[in-house]
Design a protein around this ligand. Sequence first.
Ligand SMILES: CC(C)(COP(=O)(O)OP(=O)(O)OC[C@H]1O[C@@H](n2cnc3c(N)ncnc32)[C@H](O)[C@@H]1OP(=O)(O)O)[C@@H](O)C(=O)NCCC(=O)NCCS
Length: 236
Amino acid sequence: MQSVILAKLITIVERSRSKLPPQVILWGGTGQAKVVRPIIEDCGSRVVAVFDDTPELPSPFLDVPIYCGQDAFERWLASQRPEETGFCVSIGNPHGRVRLRLHDFLVTHGLSPVGVVHPTAWIAENAVVGPGAQILAGAIVGPEARIGRQCIVNTNASVDHEDILEDGVEVAPGATLCGLVHARVNAWICAGATVLPRITIGADARVGAGAVVTKDVPDGAVVVGVPARQLERERC
Ligand SMILES: CC(C)(COP(=O)(O)OP(=O)(O)OC[C@H]1O[C@@H](n2cnc3c(N)ncnc32)[C@H](O)[C@@H]1OP(=O)(O)O)[C@@H](O)C(=O)NCCC(=O)NCCS
């Protein structure tokens, strides 16, 4: 049994390694950058620059320069080979739509999205993981699950069989989606929440930390508690 698990881990690492270009940039210069860099570099690539839209943000790494904004990116890119450069949008939620916008911007400039898969994550062979997704330490992606573009399945989160995560969704640390859950675009399932089988989480909805979701969540709603109840105010 252990050797089967080990073989699958090696397969996942090899799959990631073969896809990574020699150099990668990160867009987003705070905590998520610190999480993804070692995963990327363990796969044989090198993080060469960090970009962020916040002026004067210090680089998260002493050995990697940080630049501010899209103009600075375009100046930097002029001396690089885009076809040898990948990117990872290292910005967590609730910013899934920002990740999607930056993804399109960087693809337009010839860079390729890097899929980040931690070696301790387990992804079923018939699951589909979209471009630029991040599957972090201890996460599980079950059989026939479909993970969209720029999704994050965070540390120890579990996405079970046949779940659908549309683009930009984050399943935060320790959250559990039971089977056949559908999370629409930019939904955010916060730390330690549980979503029962066959539930739909609406676009841009937020499920609070520790909530247990027993019925569908409308678009833009914020739900908290056990069982989860919708907060009065809604988000667009
Ligand atoms: C769901 C969440 C995003 C809502 O944030 P928000 O819209 O700013 O909500 P507020 O903090 O204004 O709280 C609104 C009310 O809901 C309550 N509430 C907020 N989150 C709650 C939770 N997870 N469980 C129970 N009640 C919660 C607050 O106590 C407050 O109640 P009150 O009006 O009686 O005082 C946030 O509370 C949350 O759960 N964050 C977790 C973030 C996370 O998992 N991050 C992982 C990063 S890797």
